[in-house]
Design a protein around this ligand. Structure first.
Ligand code: SAM
Length: 347
């Protein structure tokens, strides 16, 4: 069986619901914020029972947005996000597995009635071939995906397609499984480990390289948690490999650089994004408290100023003068600070 057929069989026929999973990889144990709970409760129980995500893909400030959900499965996240984008926004879910799409489709009218508007539709297709689908380039504000890209055999094609479909300033906000090293062949070829989202997991640093090659110069890690493999056979086969569920955000901004450069800029959060009155978290290293002046690198400045977040921040500075690498952002000045005595003959 090809990997695609293994995945279709696993999610279409082998699994009847979240309870059938053999590892914690595809089960989201992250705490859902209080304000989201009533929205999730409005999603039909048959949809929720076939949820196989590994994180929470609910980016802030998406009212009125056009959202694409890659590998939407039975549609749990699509129906959740549909309530957040509201009647002025829309959600398109894409999946390749008939049985998963059938559950999503069967409950579309139910949700439209419950929400009071119909703003979700589903397409059958492959996330590596998004160009084959009836969706326009540069037409989405936000693209999400929950525990799907690890299952793809051509992750670069997925990221290329995402970059083409995002509007300028849009973002890909997604949760997936990553490994702390390159996964060896015997783990990749095990059909259960592949179906359980471990066999196809990317080594995190290879993910960074792939994302950069697709035009996402500065991937930002939002949150992560280690995964446990509980089944004894699977645990023994994966011994020594650390698996993590992680949420990244990738901004479609052409001018982003591959390192954090210092232009002497700063931002201050106004506290105006709904449900985030006290602070706004851009990523694991940037939590902007309301009202506090926060020095930022050029990339962070652009991620706030050239996106839907712009009106919620005050901005200080521009790109007129460069002050070198931004200290503490992972890249250090390579040169020694102290002058060394040099022998005669050397310039
Ligand atoms: C782990 S499940 C996650 C489903 C959904 N995101 C959720 O959170 O419940 C993976 C889903 O991705 C779909 N999928 C995997 N590879 C795909 C591909 N190459 N193209 C389209 N869909 C794919 C599967 O059919 C399955 O529904």
């Amino acid at each position: 069986m090809s990997k695609v057929d293994i995945v279709k069989d696993y999610y279409g026929k082998q699994l009847g619901g979240s309870a059938d999973l053999k590892t914690s990889a595809c089960c989201d144990v992250s705490d859902l914020p209080e304000w989201l709970r009533p929205l999730l409760a409005r999603v039909h129980s048959e949809v929720r029972e076939r949820y196989y995500g590994c994180g929470m893909v609910v980016p802030p400030l998406i009212e009125g947005a056009r959202v694409l959900d890659l590998g939407c499965g039975s549609g749990r996240d699509s129906f959740l996000l549909a309530q957040l984008v509201g009647p002025e926004g829309s959600v398109v879910g894409v999946d390749m597995t008939d049985e998963q799409l059938a559950v999503a489709e069967a409950h579309r009218d139910h949700h439209a009635e419950k929400f009071g508007y119909a703003n979700v539709h589903f397409l059958k297709g492959y996330i590596e071939r998004l160009g084959d689908l009836p969706i326009e380039p540069a037409s989405f504000d936000v693209i999400v995906s929950n525990c799907v890209i690890n299952l793809s055999e051509d992750k670069g094609a997925v990221l290329d397609g995402v970059r083409r479909l995002l509007k300028s300033g849009g973002e890909f906000y997604f949760s997936d499984v990553y490994a702390d090293r390159r996964v060896p062949r015997e783990v990749r070829e095990d059909p259960v480990l592949y179906g359980e989202c471990l066999g196809g997991a990317l080594y995190w640093n290879d993910f960074r390289r792939l994302a950069q090659a697709s035009g996402f110069a500065d991937p930002r890690l939002v949150e992560d948690r280690p995964l446990s493999v509980n089944d004894p056979r699977l645990r023994s086969k994966t011994a020594g490999i650390g698996f993590h569920s992680a949420t990244y955000r990738l901004f479609a901004i052409d001018a982003l650089e591959d390192a954090c450069e210092d232009f002497g800029q700063a931002v201050a959060y106004k506290g105006t994004i709904p449900h985030h009155p006290h602070a706004f978290t851009l990523d694991k290293h940037h939590r902007f408290e309301t009202g506090r002046i926060f020095p930022v690198c050029g990339n962070s400045f652009r991620m706030l100023k050239e996106t839907r977040f712009a009106s919620h921040f005050d901005f200080v500075g521009d790109f007129g003068r460069h002050f070198g690498i931004f200290a503490g952002c992972g890249t250090d000045v390579p040169f020694d600070h102290e002058e060394k005595s040099v022998s005669a003959g050397c310039c």
